[in-house]
Design a binder for this molecule. Structure first.
Ligand code: BGC
Length: 399
């Protein structure tokens, strides 16, 4: 493996600029500055990027929601409010990653009161993606040169585009589910085969994407997966090792949890779902995970929780994760809502499917026909309108 980038990252972490966040004056175009990727990769861990910011509202998402409102006039008032809510942008293919600059331009065009909105990107195209499930299998495999393509055609391209917008706040949620799979699913052959490629690829991504205006959050699954003491200890150790490989823990701002999941924030739903789990809800998980991380020397980290679909407790079994019926949208995106939390944010855009429910389709995962799963679901990421309307009707807080 090419060690060069690790050395560069390690050598550059002290070339830090303390400038945290740039703001573009009202109406001004963001300055386009090309940064030589090899020169500097300073820390992006200081300060909550969500604080004092407005957030990019994805017009593609709003348009889809507005179209639903048009077709269902009785629901339109609520739906028009949903259309105004910011959501994360998923970079889930090499092709999609080419659109980062145009998304950042679109964010710049939403600037008001002198603030260019913050954009949240989910970086999600790891080789052997979704190693323990099938629904979100990706385009890259380690056997077909995926590790090299991930670096050069995916991460490097995203990093170049981020570097062109140094005055915009950017948040990265990095590769949901990947390292958690290494903590608990090594008995799954594909996960065992992916251990090295996941670690190296994620370390590489961190070292490239961490910039003064880009705050990186590694994904830490959720209470119902890693809440148990032993699992938290395992993931904390993996984070420590991968962060060391990336050039140091100062490269990240913190961790994301509950991405695309349904755990409630604080009502202790897990006491029913998994009585042996000391983390019965997401806020308890964050606080205990923070302590587990500190035991590994990872201190001062903050969290983002995905509240897109966790408005109320709905599952019969904690292991169920695919298009859970009767779920409702949760808290609206907001900064610093609780201790240790940088933000609640809609990371999974409500209405996008978790996976196809028809067993005859490619990427079918049995989890998507579980007793808790809504029928008639399209492929992961595709628009699932009946499910979306249900999420809005069940929203808590209400629309
Ligand atoms: C899918 C992605 C999609 C994302 C957001 C994931 O489950 O695999 O393709 O972009 O969900 O909906």
């Amino acid at each position: 493996m090419d060690q060069r980038w690790i050395l560069l990252a390690a050598a550059s972490v002290c070339a830090c600029s303390s400038a945290r966040v740039g703001r573009t004056a009202k109406g001004a175009q963001p300055a386009v500055v090309r940064v030589n990727a090899a020169v500097s990769r300073p820390s992006s861990s200081a300060g909550n990027p969500f604080e004092g910011a407005t957030y990019f509202v994805n017009p593609e998402y709003s348009n889809r929601v507005d179209a639903v409102a048009k077709a269902h006039p009785a629901e339109a008032p609520a739906l028009h409010n949903v259309a105004k809510v910011p959501t994360a942008i998923w970079l889930d293919t090499i092709e999609r990653a080419k659109s980062v600059s145009s998304i950042l331009e679109s964010a710049a065009s939403q600037a008001g009161d002198g603030h260019t909105p913050l954009s949240v990107f989910v970086v999600y195209d790891l080789p052997n993606r979704d190693c323990s499930a099938k629904a979100s299998a990706g385009e890259l495999t380690s056997e077909a040169g995926g590790e090299e393509r991930y670096r050069t055609q995916f991460i490097d391209k995203i990093a170049e585009q981020f570097a062109g917008y140094p005055n915009q706040r950017i948040v990265v949620v990095l590769e949901p589910d990947s390292l958690p799979n290494l903590a608990t699913n090594m008995s799954v052959l594909r996960c065992a085969q992916s251990d090295g490629v996941y670690r190296r690829s994620i370390a590489y991504a961190i070292s490239k994407l961490a910039m003064p205006h880009v705050s990186v959050y590694m994904d830490a699954a959720h209470a119902g997966w890693l809440g148990w003491d032993g699992n938290r200890a395992k993931i904390a150790k993996i984070f420590k090792e991968v962060l060391a490989l990336s050039g140091g823990a100062q490269n990240i701002r913190g961790f994301s949890t509950n991405v695309s999941n349904f755990n409630t924030l604080s009502d202790g739903e897990g006491k029913r779902l998994g009585p042996s789990n000391p983390c019965p809800d997401e806020l308890t998980y964050v606080s205990k995970l923070s302590a587990s991380l500190e035991r590994e020397g990872i201190t001062g980290k903050q969290f983002i929780i995905d509240t897109a679909r966790n408005g109320r407790p709905v599952r019969s079994s904690w292991g169920n994760w695919c298009n859970i019926k009767n779920a409702g949208i949760g808290e609206r995106p907001q900064a610093s809502p609780a201790n240790l939390i940088d933000a609640y944010f809609w990371i999974k855009p409500p209405g996008e499917s978790d996976g196809v429910s028809d067993s005859k389709q490619p990427r079918f995962d049995t989890a998507c026909s579980s007793a808790d799963s809504a029928p008639g679901a399209p492929q992961a990421g595709q628009w699932f309108e009946t499910y979306f309307r249900e999420l809005v009707q069940n929203a808590n807080p209400r629309f």
